[in-house]
Structures are given as C-alpha cells and as structure tokens.
Design a protein around this ligand. Structure first.
Ligand SMILES: [Zn+2]
Length: 471
C-alpha cells in the first residue's frame, strides 16, 4: 500500500500582488504581508529539507489563470502536493480561518488551526465553499483549478479587527508562518526542528568548511562551533548556520560585520533601515563595502540621536575608521583628556565602544533666525545629518534638499537650514518600497498616506515623491 502521507512538494502562494493589493487597512497591505509570510515559510521548509516552490517572490501582478498554472506546474497535479495560499482577512472579525477544497477532508486544515492556536492566534473555523452557479465545484479558483492537490487557503487574521488581530498580524506573523510549517511536517509525518536565529547557508558542491568560513568572515573553528560539528565532512545540501559573529549588540546600535554578497541596500532592508541612514551614521561617502568592514546599524526605528547628554558628558559611539585623535580633535579636546576621562590604557578602539566626552568642553549653538518658519542650526562636533534630522523630526532628505547638499558630510560650524514647521515632509520612493513599509516607517496608516497623496492604487514608482505628515 502506498503511504498516503507521502509528499511530492509544497507550493507556497503569496496571495494577491502587484496591481492587486488585496485588503488593506491599519498599516497592513495584504499582498505585502502575504509575501513576507510566504518567504518565511519557503526559507523554513527549505531548511527542513522539504521540496518547496513559490508562485511569486516579488510584488508581481498574477492573474488567476497564471497563478493556477504555476501551482500545477510546480510539482504536477498529484494529491501528494500541498498548496498553501496565504491571505489576510478583512470584514471585522478576529482570528484565523482555513478554507479547504471539496475533494479533501478537514484533517490538514484542522492541523493548521491547531498549530496557529498553539502559536497564540485564536481560530474561527475551517470550511469548504461551493460555487453558487455549480455547487459541485469549489468557489475559490485556488481549489477549483488545482486538482488533485491538497490546497488550502489560510487566512491569518483580520487586518480590520477591532480586537487584537492587527497587532498580532504585525508582530507575530512569523510565529503564524512557523505554525503552518509545523502543521505541514506534522500532517506529513516529517521531522521538524525549531528555527535557529541567524543566517543559513546551504552547502554546495565543491564547498569546504574553510571556503564557507572565509565567505562569511569567520574561522573554521567558529563555523564548527556554531553548528556543533565534530568532523570536517560536509554533505551537499546540508544547512549550516553561518551567522552570529556578524552582529554584536552595543546598546542603541548593532555592530554589523560586512560579509560576502552584502550591499548597503541589502543590509538596510534586512535591518529595516535605509541606505541614507546607514551612510549617515557611519559617515560613509560611497556605497562601496569591504568584507569584514564593521558598520553601526540602528536597532529599531526609534533611535533618536547618537549622542546622549547626561550630567557628566556626552556618550559617543565609536564608528568605523575612528581614532582617539580623530574623536578628540572633532570635539576640540586632547587625546590625553579623552583617555583619562574614559580610563583608557591603550589607543585601540573598537567599533560600537562608548566614550564619554566631557560636556564642559563642548559648546552647542542653536538659534532661530527670523526668516519665516525655518530654523538655522549650527553643526557641532559629533553631529550627522541623521541625528540632526531626528532632532527636528524632519528627514535627512529634507535637510539635504533645503540646503542643496549633495553629500552627507558636514563641517563643524556649518549653518544648516532646517525646514522646521512644514506639516508634511517629502519622501522619495526608493526601490523595494511599498506603501505599507513607508507608512510603518513614519507611523502613519496606509489609508492616510493614500488620502494625503491622492493615491488610488498601491503602485509606487521609484523616484515618486510622497507627502508624509510630520506631526
Ligand atoms: Zn486575499
């Protein structure tokens, strides 16, 4: 007898996409969140060694015919193929739902709901839906056009819920995606291991521990330790944990060690910040990175300024390329004073290290000029565009625009115009931006953003300018 639980492969379908945003509200756009959930599931299933494909990996418009075709083409039309179509619900309810095909029983969707419940989401129901014009057929094309697969639509929660779904969807979507991954392994009786934090690398033909370690700027010993390896033998397809030493937590910032394949853009995306902010924090004048170079990255969206005043002085966080001499000079104090205040025995600094700058040695100037609503600001030691922008609640781009700046380099004593009292800031759409991302970043709702900018759809073009409410 054939094992009825055998699995040919899993097709992950990120619902909607491109010109079809699906539902939206409360800062959530369905097509964006379903893509995040789907990518998470894809990565995890791969990690677990389960064959998996996606219907889309970008913000792509796919009509229902093409979507069905991609599903059927992925692993064929067999009943050992699982299809998970990810969606976010709207309509004011609260909790998760699973819709399964008329040809299937409820076993798999029950397992999904059990796992979602275990992950903290309340569940509503699972059900089948019939086409009114032909009740022998499924209502949803994802079931109707994909025989004989085991196809389910998973609705993770309601983005217009007046209970806890909105926060849960924003904060816990990875847990819910993991729940579905777990459900697949349970249902198909496959081994499951919980996710480990970090980056992973799949061993390719020709790889060695040494070649992989070098690629990520770590030692062979570190790589073996990360993976609890006792021998040097690798298998093609084996998943190795390769990160942990690339990231170090230093209070308000992370110190990130650049690895092969990184770009400012990829790092910015990964850490939920922007290329401008990274360049500004690290005083970078070009976009070039070198492997093993260290960068300071903001830990969250809410970091105000890199300089904090306290009674004794200012805390300065050591940046790449800093030396005691450079820091001392920029604050107009001596290296000896800097060393004595900080009890430094040597001249060696590490990126992310905090230094105390005695406050009595610094003068801060800030004055209003009387030309309209703008403020002029005199740059002092330790300022950067990001810290100044944050201080005044404007964007780095606004300051650059107001001052016709073409680079991020500031001179001490330079007078900057701060476009202070505008109600709106202008944001220029960058590659990879979505309304959801921009809205989240600035703490406004997608709906507000669309209203203010008279947008009728969620399509953005790179370079397009958006008004962002600053108050
Ligand atoms: Zn949907």
């Amino acid at each position: 007898m054939l094992d009825d639980r055998a699995l040919t492969g899993v097709v992950i379908d990120a619902g909607h996409g491109g010109s079809d945003p699906g539902a939206s509200g409360n800062g959530i756009v369905e097509k964006d969140l379903t893509l995040l959930i789907s990518k998470y599931m894809y990565d995890r299933l791969r990690e677990l060694g389960i064959p998996v494909k996606m219907t889309r990996t970008t913000d792509e418009t796919i009509d229902s015919t093409t979507r069905s075709e991609r599903i059927r083409d992925a692993y064929g039309a067999g009943d050992k193929v699982i299809v998970v179509s990810n969606h976010i619900n709207a309509g004011g309810g609260d909790g998760a739902e699973v819709i399964y095909a008329l040809r299937n029983n409820s076993k798999f969707s029950n397992t999904i709901l059990e796992e979602l419940e275990a992950a903290g989401q309340n569940v509503r129901k699972n059900y089948q839906q019939r086409l009114p014009s032909n009740p022998s057929k499924d209502y949803y094309f994802i079931h109707r056009n994909t025989p004989n697969t085991e196809a389910v639509i998973v609705e993770y929660g309601f983005l217009d819920s007046n209970k806890d779904d909105v926060n849960e969807l924003k904060n816990n979507y990875k847990d819910y995606a993991e729940a579905v991954v777990r459900a697949i392994t349970k249902y198909k009786n496959l081994p499951y291991t919980a996710p480990i934090e970090g980056d992973f690398y799949t061993v390719q033909k020709g790889d060695s521990l040494w070649s992989i370690a070098t690629k990520y700027g770590i030692t062979v010993d570190e790589l073996k330790k990360l993976n609890n390896l006792t021998s040097n033998v690798l298998k093609v397809g084996q998943t190795l944990k390769v990160k942990s030493t690339t990231e170090k937590d230093v209070g308000d910032y992370l110190v990130y060690t650049v690895k092969s394949g990184d770009s400012l853009y990829s790092i910015a995306r990964k850490y939920n910040t922007t290329v401008d902010i990274i360049k500004s924090i690290n005083n970078l004048t070009s976009d070039k990175l070198t492997i093993n170079e260290q960068l300071l990255l903001p830990k969250g969206e809410d970091i105000d300024i890199e300089i904090e005043e306290d009674t004794k002085g200012i805390t300065y966080i050591v940046k790449p390329g800093d030396t005691l001499y450079k820091i001392a000079t920029s604050y107009g104090i001596s290296v000896d004073r800097l060393k004595s205040v900080n009890n430094l025995k040597s001249d060696t600094l590490s990126v992310g290290e905090e230094l105390l700058i005695p406050v009595s040695d610094i003068t801060v100037e800030e004055k209003d000029d009387n030309t309209g609503s703008n403020i002029s600001y005199v740059v002092v030691s330790g300022d950067n565009l990001y810290s100044i922008a944050n201080k005044y609640g404007v964007s780095v781009d606004d300051i650059k625009k107001a001052n016709n700046l073409t680079s991020n380099v500031l001179q001490i004593g330079q007078v900057l115009i701060i476009p202070g009292t505008e109600t709106y800031a202008t944001y220029t759409v960058k590659e990879g931006d979505t309304l959801y991302k921009i809205a989240n970043k600035y703490g406004v709702s997608v709906t507000d953003l669309m209203t203010i900018n008279n947008l009728t759809g969620s399509f953005l073009s790179v370079g397009e300018e958006l008004l962002i409410p600053t108050k």
